[in-house]
Design a protein around this ligand. Sequence first.
Ligand code: FAD
Ligand code: NAP
Length: 315
Amino acid sequence: MLDCAIIGGGPAGLTAGLYTTRGGLKNVVMYEMGLPGGQITGSSEIENYPGVTGEITGMDLMAPWPEQCMRFGLKHEMVQVERVSRKTDGTFVVSRSDGEADEALSVIVCTGSTPKRAGFKGEDEFFGRGVSTCATCDGFFYKDKEVAVIGGGDTALEEALYLSKICSKVYLIHRRDTFRAAPSTVERVMKTENIEKITNSQVTEVYGDAMGVTGVRIEDCSESRTWDLTVPGIFTFVGYNVNNTVLRQEDESWLCDLNDWGQVIVDLGMRTSTPGLFAAGDLRIEAPKQVICAAGDGATAALQTIAYVDEKQNG
Ligand code: FAD
Ligand code: NAP
């Protein structure tokens, strides 16, 4: 029986691994289907991790994290977890894609969430070189420059507002003429002078050179007209897939409470509605989707997990 099973090896999972093992838990396994590090390893430059200065890639930032955890006894199983379920005695079963299953007293789910792709030409080629899904991460690279934002939901409009304070101009490109974001957010966007709305329009292509993006091609859906915008950066906010499938039970119910968007509901201790089950990082409600925040969540969840396991074993 594991003291703790950690699902996912990004910043949240690795920090949970560090704090649980260093805090005295025995038999802690982190299940990470790829190399540990998480989605930040796909970033070519990270400037906002406190204390880390100079040019550093996401891969560089994360490289020492696994070794630090392993020194305190964290084990890594490179396997995908298919499901976490709970037995009647309150312990958990971790079902793995290789057909094996492990038992654990507690579980911390850190599987993250994945921004959806919009699907225009060049999106993958220029991802991280002008195409971004994170304004907090990359907005500063476009200080006093013009950028484009795609989407008409809350995220797109809130991030357009954020970018409007850094960039000289934001083109907000949306495929319909009404926005699905909250009316108060739409109103703020309407009042912001340096946000230009381009509605009923789709980005069909992003293009550039070895340095990155230089422009985007736009198609007006109603008039079948195409034109180009000269911008060095384009931010796509067309929704997120919350990686919550490990919480889906055989009878289609969920192991703990989720909100309407599939994000895991937690309290300030990262406790879910199911005792012994914790969630940390980008898959939780209100996640700021930043490395520092995911790591902080992982530490918080680990400290609560140590208390939970201690109570189970000695209480
Ligand atoms: P993730 O990093 O997504 O890690 C989740 C891990 O779980 C993954 O490694 C995945 O393989 C694993 N996993 C998922 N499902 C399973 C399963 N069923 N079984 C086993 N393993 C599983 N943040 C910043 O602070 N600054 C930045 O500059 C910045 N730039 C970014 C640039 C890019 C291109 C991207 C994509 C993100 C950026 N972010 C940045 C955001 C940051 O990467 C995330 O907020 C952070 O990684 C979230 O950490 P996490 O541990 O919650 O999830
Ligand atoms: P979302 O609500 O699903 O909106 C996605 C937007 O992207 C929509 O406007 C959609 O257009 C557009 N879109 C989707 N696919 C596209 C494509 N391939 N090409 C171009 N445009 C595309 O996603 P979200 O904004 O990330 O929000 C997710 C959930 O979190 C929502 O329920 C939202 O309310 C919530 N949220 C809330 C807050 C808040 O309360 N402050 C903040 C952020 C998010 P259509 O409109 O035409 O479908």
